[in-house]
Design a protein around this ligand. Structure first.
Ligand code: GLN
Length: 211
């Protein structure tokens, strides 16, 4: 791994921001590289980071906050531009919906939600139903070896289809749970709500990789 100062941002519009900050800090503490995690709410903060996590929460609420201009509208355009230029991005659950090129149900009660349209994946929101239909599933993840990853699914979407340039990291016969496209990583569950740091470690590796 290259030794340079690394700053990981967590998009702090809505959702489980703190959980990602705590988990990323745990990962960074283990590594012998000067790194830190910051919350990102403004274009200025976005300028200073090397990779961005978009947390789970509720993608329609995030979209509404953007639409209502509670956040500088430049923020989303800048994330899009930086993502296109190769900044690493990690979406979890609602964050994956935000990263997607298309969402089957992106019109909610007449409101069309904002998508970053960076990753060539088509998602379907709330595939398993409401909060009470949340569940956990042991997942076999490409590159993680035999030890399964504890998948925590909360009003989770599924990735229905992926484009040719997208690598599928975890799936069942019908559903895709995790995927990677260059420096973009997307999972439909919540690794930040577990003790397993492997997805955050993978993201750090992606941030540090030159390509
Ligand atoms: N159902 C939410 C959405 O569509 C995602 C839920 C989550 O992030 N836990 O944005």
């Amino acid at each position: 791994m290259a030794k340079k100062n690394i700053t990981i941002g967590v998009l702090a519009i809505q959702g489980d921001v703190l959980e990602h900050v705590l988990m990323m800090d745990k990962v960074l503490a283990k590594k012998n590289i000067p790194t830190k995690t910051v919350r990102v709410k403004t274009p200025e903060q976005l300028e200073k980071i090397d990779g961005l996590i978009i947390p789970g929460g509720e993608s329609t609420v995030m979209s509404r906050f953007i639409e209502e201009k509670r956040f500088d509208e430049k923020l989303i355009k800048m994330i899009q531009e930086k993502g296109k230029k190769g900044m690493a991005l990690f979406g979890t659950c609602a964050g994956t919906v935000m990263l997607s090129k298309s969402s089957t149900d992106k019109v909610v009660k007449g409101f069309t939600q904002t998508l970053l349209e960076l990753m060539d994946i088509d998602v379907l929101r709330n595939k398993y139903g409401r909060q009470q239909e949340s569940f956990e599933l042991d997942l076999v993840v490409q590159g993680f070896g035999k030890k399964t990853f504890p998948g925590v699914f909360i009003r989770a979407p599924i990735i229905k289809t992926v484009g040719k340039i997208v690598e599928v990291l975890c799936k069942s016969t019908e559903e895709i749970y995790a995927a990677k496209q260059g420096k973009l990583l997307a999972v439909t569950f919540h690794p930040e709500l577990t003790d397993d740091t492997r997805f955050h470690e993978l993201f750090l590796e992606i941030v540090l990789s030159e390509k």
